[in-house]
Design a binder for this molecule. Structure first.
Ligand SMILES: *Cc1c(COP(=O)(O)O)cnc(C)c1O
Length: 217
């Protein structure tokens, strides 16, 4: 199945650029995909998935968790503060921490529940007005702010502009993470995950490459 092909390409690129085997993990982004396709990937043994909407994830993942052990679910889409509580319950990792108000909300909920999943700071490397993420120039300050709140920030995440060379954006993200002592880098999608691996990605987020084209109704 396509999953095997993507995993083989990840392993091949790790080897080609001298990264340790298994140092890059595949987040299979299952948004919008028919449940049958997701189930096939679960049956094949894959356990790490990504969703971009809290509501959509709430509608399908609790049932899958009842049936399959060891599922790890990442939120890869924008998070509204009024859905933060639900997101913290549903997801094992939130990749899209991108503003002070959300950081304060997560810290308050962490104080209340005693728990917080690992977090990635999303950086808007292309400085696109319509896109989420902190501006590159604000990233160091924002990461420091999150740390001052005691939030478990483990890495950085980006979605490069569609029409630009992704390698430059991946390199910028890697630089921001490194100078802030963050180990994890979530970058690279179906079209450019090998480029991201060469630039140091530890997580690649692949949707259509794993499940087939998304069918929007
Ligand atoms: C949909 C999505 C992906 C996967 O995109 P593909 O091009 O289908 O691989 C990755 N990251 C995020 C944030 C997404 O929303």
């Amino acid at each position: 199945m396509a999953l095997d092909d993507i995993l083989a390409r990840i392993r091949a690129e790790e080897a080609r650029v001298g990264r340790a085997a298994g140092s890059v993990r595949l987040v299979a982004v299952s948004k919008v995909q028919p449940l049958k396709r997701v189930e096939a990937v679960l049956e094949a043994g894959h356990r790490l998935f990504g969703e971009n909407k809290v509501q959509e994830a709430a509608g399908k993942w609790p049932a899958f968790r009842d049936r399959y052990d060891g599922i790890v679910l990442h939120l890869v889409g924008p998070l509204q503060t009024n859905k933060a509580r639900q997101a913290m319950e549903l997801f094992d990792c939130i990749e899209t921490l991108d503003r002070p108000k959300l950081a304060r909300t997560l810290a308050r909920l962490r104080d209340e529940t005693g728990q917080c999943p690992p977090l990635f700071v999303q950086v808007n490397t292309g400085e696109e007005p319509q896109k989420a993420g902190v501006m590159p120039g604000d990233a160091d300050g924002f990461i420091a702010e999150c740390r001052a709140l005691g939030l478990p920030v483990v890495g950085c995440m980006c979605i490069p502009p569609v029409r630009e060379e992704p390698a430059l954006h991946f390199a910028l993200l890697a630089k921001i993470a490194a100078r802030n002592g963050l180990k994890e880098l979530s970058m690279g999608m179906s079209a450019d995950f090998e480029t991201a691996i060469a630039q140091g990605a530890t997580y690649v987020r692949v949707g259509s490459g794993v499940f087939g084209e998304r069918i929007y109704s």
